[in-house]
Unconditional design. Sequence first.
Length: 91
Amino acid sequence: MSSDVRDNVDRHRFELERNGEIAFATYERRGSDLVIRHVEAALPLRGTGAASDLMQGVVEIARSEGRKITPLCGYARTWIRRHKEYSDLLN
């Protein structure tokens, strides 16, 4: 799934495009930490699983980079807690 998620470095956000709409997670890289500030999906994507797919890609990217995640966003924090296989990434 992470292959569908792109890192828009200029905008400091991960993006997932579906049907011309974007779900994104704004972030900040601090050393080995990935701070997730906000997750948002365009209105047409809400309820479709796009934000969950985005988070799946974000955690896979973090794991591949050897990073821990600090989820400041409630959605990101809840998603990671619900997916126990990624609990080792929580900072």
